[in-house]
Design a protein around this ligand. Structure first.
Ligand SMILES: C[C@@H]1N[C@H](CNC(=O)CCc2c[nH]c3ccccc23)[C@@H](O)[C@H](O)[C@@H]1O
Length: 441
């Protein structure tokens, strides 16, 4: 099924279980990039968020612009009409040749990414359309080195990520490959996906090639892994994981590799309670409703910097990381509206990153969201993040040992215990504001 069931860990994969490395646990924020031939039409209906759109409407009115190759093939869909009218019903692969990446500069993209305070960066290497952003084995020229951008985009991203001092991950669509499988368009959650051994070995060779060439720190699989590849064999998923952990001992893999193994769980848009427990999970979403750039998205569809920061703080306060996606334009530029949100997150992190980077849950969750408050803990402090200024009454005073140590950034502020709370005088601060209390000298 397309949607997630709780993956089982078969015995054959138990050998890969390991503690979660601190570099991932403490990262708080990662940045995703979806970029491909779909970035040329960059067209989808901004229907709504995953989880908020009825499943029976999802596929014909898919807000994920990176699904264009599927949506355009659904009879009568608005995307099909758009494709006929604007692109004359041309073959999807024309977009690969039309994709020039003429303004692409990996270092420029990574400068914006690093300025957000993110600890890792993950580009798509092969999305569901099967086009690879490096000269992957078996792709017979259907990749960005032989056609379109005529560049190893993954190599460019890997080098720029390391130069910027971030960890590097690779997204790989294991569960869907519409080119390889040649299946009809997906219109329902349980429509078939490629499961045969030929595809499993093809995909295995891609993952091995990515490991050998780019030494990624994260393998971010999507949907699931072809069932035939889960079984033992020379090109099994177990062999790929073995190769990965040999080459990258402190590497991590997500939970979208079928019934096998994961280092961290993932949720997408919807906050899935079953996944978001403990301290080894990540919530991913676009800045808007789509991962691929969608030219139809306007301000109303995008998270503002303020909303993105509240999401980041909420996720970190519950033990997770936020993986926030940029949909690059075909030219390689970051869409202006998305750039504004990213810059705003960076401004906030420069003020209050000490409350989220390297932070973990402080303990109990707040009773309600009025007023909104989230607590985190770092080695030497407890942080209360509130979204208001003026006299703020923090509940649960027993979370705080010594209110006289209250600080906002570097500035000491007055805080006094009142009945059932701690009153802090928050004035002229960037909101959401992190009020920090030292827990030891
Ligand atoms: C990051 C995004 N992932 C989508 C696939 N994700 C989903 O179908 C969400 C549901 C889901 C499938 N397998 C899972 C495993 C763990 C958590 C959620 C899912 C892709 O379809 C989408 O284009 C984009 O790449």
């Amino acid at each position: 099924a397309m949607f997630k069931t709780d993956p089982v860990r078969p015995d054959a994969y138990r050998e890969f279980e390991r503690p979660l490395p601190e570099w991932f646990r403490g990262a708080a924020l990662g940045i995703f990039v979806h970029w491909g031939p779909y970035s040329v039409p960059a067209w989808a209906e901004p229907t709504g968020e995953l989880g908020a759109v009825p499943r029976e409407e999802w596929y014909a009115h898919n807000p994920y612009a990176e699904w264009y190759a599927n949506t355009m093939r659904i009879e009568g869909s608005p995307a099909q009409m758009h494709h006929e009218r604007v692109h004359g019903g041309a073959p999807y692969d024309d977009f690969l040749d039309a994709w020039k990446a003429e303004d692409f500069d990996a270092d420029e993209v990574l400068a914006v990414v690093a300025a957000t305070g993110a600890g890792y960066f993950i580009p798509t290497t092969k999305h569901h359309d099967g086009v690879t952003l490096w000269d992957a084995p078996g792709t017979d020229g259907r990749n960005t080195v032989a056609r379109g951008p005529r560049q190893d985009l993954i190599g460019a991203f890997a080098d720029a990520t390391r130069a910027a001092g971030l960890r590097f991950g690779v997204y790989y669509s294991g569960g869907l490959d519409w080119h390889f499988s040649g299946l009809p368009p997906i219109e329902h959650d349980d429509d078939p996906a490629p499961d045969d051994l030929a595809y499993a070995e093809y995909a295995h060779d891609h993952v091995i090639d990515l490991i050998d060439r780019y030494r990624p720190d994260i393998l971010w699989g999507d949907i699931r892994w072809p069932v035939a590849g889960i079984e033992p064999g020379p090109k099994s998923l177990a062999h790929a994981f073995q190769t990965f952990y040999e080459r990258v001992p402190d590497g991590v893999v997500n939970d979208r590799w079928g019934e096998s193994h994961w280092d961290f769980r993932t949720s997408e848009y919807v906050h899935g309670t079953a996944v978001e427990v403990g301290e080894a999970w990540e919530n991913t979403r676009g800045i808007g409703l789509s991962f691929g750039h969608n030219r139809n998205e306007t301000n109303e569809h995008l998270l503002s910097a303020h909303e993105a920061v509240r999401l980041l703080v909420d996720v970190v306060s519950r033990g997770g990381n936020l993986l926030l996606n940029i949909g690059l334009e075909a030219s390689g530029r970051i869409p202006e509206l998305q750039r504004q949100t990213l810059e705003g997150i960076g401004v906030w992190n420069r003020h209050y990153g000490h409350a989220v980077v390297g932070a973990r849950p402080e303990g109990r969750m707040p009773a309600s969201d009025e007023p909104w408050i989230r607590w985190t803990r770092t080695d030497d402090a407890v942080h209360a993040v509130v979204d208001q200024t003026g006299p703020v009454r923090l509940p649960d005073p027993d979370r705080v040992l010594d209110e006289s140590t209250a600080r906002i950034g570097e500035r000491h502020v007055t805080a006094e215990r009142v009945d059932g709370g701690i009153l802090v005088d928050v004035e002229d601060a960037v909101t959401p504001v992190a009020i920090s209390f030292r827990t030891r000298d």
